[in-house]
Ligand binder design. Structure first.
Ligand code: C2E
Ligand code: CA
Ligand code: CA
Length: 846
């Protein structure tokens, strides 16, 4: 008996008031019991009755299901046995045998007591009606065709009565079941049972002739039963196929913008006629895990499916390839029964669903809506076929999710991109247009372009990934980190005011400033940050982003963090203008230089002048180099600007040489110049053009530029040095290079940064730093220049410490060419050339 269905003829389902209906059925059956007992029972033959019970038991087990919505019935070939029994043994024993067989089957299938009572009562009533009619009808000699008619006329109304009782019970407990179901119910009464009666009569006739006829009758009944069973199976299979087709059609019809998963769950529930269907889907990309439930009561959640440790879910997802699994309470182990109980279910079909998420989904179907027919192998097979469509549909939806995800995420870092950020900002602000607060941080990597230029895109991509990781790690938990284009990232801080955003920005900048291993090198990660906040700076994504961008520009070269201010709009406009005018300004002579003398600390000889660039702008007046040097770097014009300054410096030097005066000139080189491949060439050509010997030129480099890995690994410093010129380390002490690092470089002198020198006359600590630098530098054979000497005290201190050269307002401010001439005339004397020195020298008269 492979089919685990509950098998009882015409059993009633879904009794809401089972006690009442059972009592009613028993009351109805009682008169028939009395009637049957008062008839002529005949002699009790134990063996015959037992055989009859067995015959009923077997015939009842071969069933054809009739199922409509939440009701299900089964009809059997028991009428064959019924006819033979009535003919051979009379109504009383027949009723007893049928009742007993029904009872046994109900017990075997663990049917509730109430339903067992109803089922037994229906059997008794049917036999009673048949016997009563047979008494009244001309049923005599079995060889007489009239008797056959009588049996037909007795049995058909009897089965109809049984069916009517069932209909009545359904109507009482659940209301009118509808015409189509009534029609289905009466099909066996009109089609199956008459055939059974004919077969039964034929059998009885034969047996009456000779008991050996059983040998003929039983195989016929068995074959009939088997054919019957086969028919039932074919019916079920074709129904199943129809359901799968139906399902496929429905899934196909779901529009792309509809929730495919939800529609599928509903379709499965309808087609498998289930109480409840649940589909659990794992998290995918930016989608949370989902539990979809379709049920009568509309509940969206129940215990079980979303629990990864649930027995059934584990069984389904771990044995994913074995197809759906069927579990029913009737044969459940203790653990299974517990897992069924937490769902409040009796039967369960579970299966895993293939997903692109790396983890399978899980589908479960609880309880047939009819409680007579539970899930069977056919349903398992149907579900298996449906799963192909489910898997395909889920895949397709995930593909759409992926496409959507790709459209608003950055491919490299996986972070949300600009479009996505804009949507998030707008959503956030739309939720509360008046009071809604949000901070927007825009961060750009300081050395991104250098890394790309010198180490290539693979390295700069790696740097971006490292930065993305740092930002994600250090951004507050509620923040949204996004990647803008190029080297820019953004951090959205919901609910933060402007001051809070500024604090967060500073913290973030500090936390992310590290050195990171990129492309095998130790690279510096520093961010420049621009801050804007809603509602003070704007109430939509476009404005906020644009203003954070303006703030970012302002942050460049300053403290590293700048907030938006309306003035900045003007400033960024001015930067834009300066950028476009730079080239022309050089050509027009608006960009010129001033010179600041540097003297020997002991002899007061004027040994050199530092060339400092100036921009005399027709509208803005004099512009400080701090403002446009960085701009020139950013727009890639620092090379021409440096050449321009170098040209003016060497021209000045040449004129002194023409007066037979040797005065060296110093020119500042920005860090970026050192990575220009033709720098050495350009410097050499400039020296030649002005016929200035290399030793009269000093190039001032910043610490940052020489510790740069790409500079250290190139020969640029050595090549410059080979031209005979001097290399000076500017702003020494502000960076992180140590003097011992400098030893490996062809550096000739260091300039103590003016920040230490300016404080020397008042701070012992500053003096101490200056003294240490001087001592250490001398130990390494380096000359030391102190810049920013403003007073006598400092000058004396430095001279006493052994500092070699001095530069500062005390000696002179930076002076334009003609002012420098008059300064020299007024303040300097000329030393004549001495042996070994080809030129005359200037000195400051005291
Ligand atoms: P720097 O190379 O450190 O130049 C010295 C700066 O200190 C100059 O400012 C000078 O005017 C100022 N200074 C000199 N003596 C004193 C003093 O006694 N007290 C004080 N408080 N300041 C003093 P300036 O001219 O504004 O230049 C600023 C920076 O701009 C320079 O710093 C340099 O880094 C850069 N720069 C100037 N000209 C050029 C150039 O032609 N090319 C490049 N790449 N950078 C330049
Ligand atoms: Ca300098
Ligand atoms: Ca300096």
């Amino acid at each position: 008996m492979a089919d685990p269905r509950e098998k009882t003829a015409l059993r009633l389902s879904s009794l809401r008031q089972p006690g009442m209906v059972a009592a009613g059925a028993a009351a109805l059956a009682l008169p028939f019991v009395v009637f049957l007992l008062h008839g002529t029972p005949g002699r009790f033959q134990l063996l015959a009755v037992a055989a009859l019970v067995a015959a009923f038991f077997v015939s009842e087990s071969v069933t054809l299901d009739i199922e409509a919505r939440s009701h299900a019935f089964q009809c059997t070939v028991s009428e064959v046995v019924l006819v033979v029994a009535l003919v051979e043994m009379g109504g009383t024993w027949t009723a007893l045998a049928w009742g007993t067989a029904t009872f046994l089957i109900n017990v075997r299938d663990r049917v509730s007591l109430a339903k067992t009572v109803v089922n037994v009562a229906v059997g008794v009533v049917q036999v009673g009606v048949a016997v009563a009619l047979l008494r009244w009808l001309p049923a005599g000699d079995l060889a007489d065709p009239l008797t056959w008619v009588a049996y037909m006329l007795a049995i058909i109304p009897a089965t109809a009565t049984g069916t009517l009782i069932v209909v009545a019970a359904i109507t009482i407990t659940q209301g009118y079941p509808g015409f189509s179901m009534l029609a289905r119910l009466f099909v066996p009464v009109l089609v199956v049972y008459p055939v059974s009666v004919v077969v039964g009569l034929a059998g009885a006739l034969l047996v009456e002739r000779t008991p050996w006829a059983w040998l003929l009758v039983l195989p016929v009944v068995a074959v009939l039963g088997l054919l019957y069973r086969r028919f039932a199976r074919v019916t079920r299979d074709s129904e199943r196929l129809e359901r799968v087709y139906d399902f496929a059609r429905r899934v196909e019809q779901v529009g792309s913008d509809e929730d495919v998963a939800r529609r599928m769950v509903e379709a499965i529930r309808e087609l498998l006629n289930a109480e409840r269907v649940a589909l659990w889907l794992p998290p995918y990309l930016d989608e949370e895990p989902r539990l979809l439930v379709a049920s009568d009561d509309g509940d969206a959640w129940y215990e079980g499916p979303s629990d990864p440790d649930d027995l059934f879910r584990r069984r389904a997802t771990e044995g994913a390839s074995d197809g759906p699994v069927l579990v029913s309470l009737a044969r459940a182990t203790e653990a299974e029964a517990a897992a069924l109980a937490r769902r409040g279910a009796r039967d369960l079909l579970v299966a895993s669903v293939a997903t692109a998420a790396g983890e399978p989904g899980y589908l479960e179907i609880c309880d047939r809506r009819s409680d007579v027919v539970s899930f069977a192998d056919g349903d398992r097979a149907a579900l298996d076929s449906m799963l192909t469509h489910v898997n395909a549909a889920i895949r397709q939806q995930q593909l759409l999710t992926q496409i959507r995800y790709d459209a608003d995420h950055d491919r490299l870092t996986g972070l949300p991109n600009r479009q996505r950020l804009a949507v998030e900002v707008d959503q956030l602000l739309a939720a509360d247009p008046v009071g809604g607060r949000a901070g927007l941080i825009l961060a750009s990597l300081d050395n991104y372009t250098e890394v790309t230029d010198t180490l290539g895109h693979a390295a700069s991509d790696e740097l971006l990934l490292v930065t993305a990781g740092l930002l994600r790690e250090h951004a507050p938990p509620q923040a949204l980190v996004a990647r803008m284009e190029g080297d820019q990232f953004a951090v959205l801080l919901p609910g933060l005011s402007l001051p809070a955003t500024e604090r967060a920005a500073r913290r973030l900048r500090e936390a992310t400033s590290t050195r990171a291993r990129v492309a095998g090198l130790d690279l510096e990660v520093t961010l420049t940050i621009g801050v804007a906040a809603a509602p003070v700076h704007g109430a939509d994504a476009g404005t906020l982003m644009q203003r954070a961008d303006v703030a970012l520009l302002a942050g460049v070269g300053k403290s590293g963090v700048a907030s938006y201010h309306p003035v900045l709009d003007q400033q960024s406009l001015r930067r834009l203008q300066l950028g476009t005018e730079l080239e022309q300004a050089m050509a027009d002579g608006d960009i010129g230089v001033v010179f600041q003398p540097i003297i020997d600390a002991r002899s007061s000889d004027i040994v050199s002048v530092e060339t400092l660039v100036r921009w005399a702008h027709p509208r803005y007046g004099s512009i400080a180099p701090d403002e446009f040097i960085h701009l020139a770097e950013q727009i890639g014009r620092i090379g021409p600007l440096t050449d321009h300054v170098l040209d003016l410096a060497l021209a000045r030097c040449r004129r002194w040489l023409d007066q037979d005066i040797a005065l060296s000139v110093a020119v500042n080189l920005s860090a970026r110049c050192l990575t220009e491949p033709d720098l050495v060439d350009r410097v050499q050509r400039a020296l030649r053009r002005h016929a200035v010997p290399g030793e009269l030129l000093t190039l001032e480099l910043t610490e940052g530029s020489v510790v740069d890995d790409s500079v250290r690994s190139s020969t640029v410093l050595a090549d410059l040095h080979a031209l005979g010129l001097r290399l000076s380390m500017d702003d020494f002490g502000t960076g992180y290079s140590s003097l011992s690092q400098l030893r490996q470089l062809p550096i000739d002198e260091v300039k103590i940064d003016k920040s230490f020198v300016l404080g020397m006359s008042t701070s012992q600590g500053e003096s101490f730093i200056a003294r240490s630098i001087i001592e250490l530098a001398h130990n390494l054979g380096l000359r030391v220049v102190a810049e920013g000497v403003e007073d006598e005290l400092t000058r004396n201190l430095l001279a006493e410490m052994g500092c070699d050269k001095l530069q500062g307002f005390l000696v002179s401010r930076p002076l334009a060419d003609e002012r420098l001439e008059s300064w020299i005339l007024a303040r300097a004397g000329v030393r004549s050339a001495v042996p070994g020195m080809p030129h005359r020298r200037l000195f400051v008269r005291s």
